[in-house]
Design a protein around this ligand. Structure first.
Ligand code: E4P
Length: 222
């Protein structure tokens, strides 16, 4: 399963990239706004971090709501680098844009997916990725894990190639949960990515090993 980082913060991306565990990055207008910098400047900085990577995926979102405008924006964004994937909201105009971009060989990430039917449309339109938003569904009391299960079944039934990119992640437990349901990718806020490495028993176990080792060295030195 691929792991993407869900942030536009350059320092966080650099530090996570150095672990060797990060396969891509997702951004959205809110995440870009949080950094208070120019959109293209941020995207260029992210591309720079991944410059030695053979293949990665950096999602940059369009802000138009009209298909032709979305396509125009997409064509400008893909000029930045071959790693750029165009994030398009699943609205009727967005589906038209995804279909056209996919016909032109431009990779897309169908975003703001909250239902299996939306995921079905995204796949029919030829989206590279579909991004179901787990946290926002759970916030309104709808089981996001059931949605992942349903999308996986539909995509497998019809052999759709669109990859499921689980997004809007709120807890570290959701990582293994969506992995066991067959999500192809997960995009994680840096804080949750860091939590993946942690377990209290690992820390306690390591402390005990090191202490016992030191005691043995002290005994042998005497
Ligand atoms: C990523 O593709 C999404 O834009 C992001 O995961 C949304 O997360 P949020 O619901 O925490 O804003």
């Amino acid at each position: 399963m691929k792991i993407f980082l869900d942030t536009s913060n350059i320092d966080e991306i650099k530090s996570a990239y150095n672990t060797g565990m990060i396969d891509g990055v997702t951004t959205n207008p809110s995440l870009i706004a949080k950094e208070g910098k120019d959109f293209k400047e941020v995207i260029n900085e992210i591309v720079e971090i991944f410059k030695d990577t053979k293949d990665t995926s950096i999602s940059a979102e369009v802000i138009s709501t009209n298909a032709q405008e979305m396509i125009k924006e997409a064509k400008e964004l893909v000029k930045i680098h071959k790693f750029i994937v165009i994030k398009v909201p699943i609205i009727p105009e967005g589906i038209i844009a995804i279909k056209e971009l996919s016909n032109q060989g431009i990779k897309t990430n169908a975003t703001l997916c909250f239902s299996a039917n939306q995921a079905l449309l995204a796949a029919k339109a030829g989206a590279t990725y579909v991004s179901p938003f787990l946290g926002r569904l759970d916030d309104i009391g709808v089981s996001s894990l059931d949605l992942i299960k349903e999308i996986r079944t539909i995509y497998d039934n019809f052999d759709f190639k669109t990859e499921i990119l689980s997004a809007s992640i709120r807890s570290v437990d959701q990582v293994s949960q969506v992995a066991s349901l067959g999500s192809d990718i997960i995009t994680l806020p840096p804080k949750i990515f860091k939590e993946m490495f942690k377990h209290d028993l690992t820390d306690k176990g390591l402390a005990a090993f090191l202490k016992d080792w030191e005691e043995l060295q002290n005994k042998l030195d005497k």
